[in-house]
Design a protein around this ligand. Structure first.
Ligand SMILES: [Zn+2]
Ligand SMILES: [Zn+2]
Ligand SMILES: [Zn+2]
Length: 166
């Protein structure tokens, strides 16, 4: 008697990843479209990407998708809680699919490299001001600024050192 078991399981497991993204869209009450799936998958692979980077990667994946269409998808997914938008000072808005855990970010002052840091509390606001002036505080925006390991090793560039010369 032939045994089809292993063949079947190999076929069914192949489609696991795209199905997962479609499921997240459905759970959020959003229609599943090729551009929405592509935006979420690109962001999963490239966390903390700018809208322009997402648009470029999505266009490379799907052929022709307008920048505006990608911006609209980012806005809709952010509104639905599938995407989180962060705006470190001096940077374009960055997008990521890690949402709902109030994690924070380490940002390199020189190259902009951005890394996730777990919040020790896990929910907003994880810090309380010493004096709240009667405000009800619902969020503390925490960004850790510094130099990434690569930039610590790199000498300061020429136009920065010029000012220090006599
Ligand atoms: Zn750096
Ligand atoms: Zn993050
Ligand atoms: Zn925190």
């Amino acid at each position: 008697m032939p045994n089809f078991g292993p063949e079947r399981s190999r076929v069914s497991s192949a489609a696991a990843m795209p199905g997962d993204t479609s499921e997240r869209l459905r759970t959020a009450g959003m229609r599943v479209t090729a551009s929405r799936v592509a935006v979420l998958e690109v962001l999963g692979e490239h966390p903390h990407a700018t809208a322009d980077t997402v648009a470029r990667l999505v266009a490379a994946r799907l052929g022709s998708v307008s920048k505006q269409a990608v911006y609209d998808v980012l806005a809709a997914c952010t509104h639905a809680g599938l995407v989180r938008r962060i705006e470190p000072a001096g940077s374009a808005a960055l997008f990521e699919t890690r949402t709902g855990d109030n994690h924070h970010h380490l940002v390199c002052r020189r190259c902009g490299r951005t890394e996730d840091v777990d919040c020790t509390v896990g929910e907003r606001p994880c810090l309380a001001p010493g004096e709240d002036a009667g405000f009800t505080v619902d969020e503390a925006e925490v960004v850790f600024w510094g130099l990434c390991p690569d930039c610590q090793d790199r000498p300061v560039s020429h136009h920065n050192t010029k000012e220090l010369q006599p």
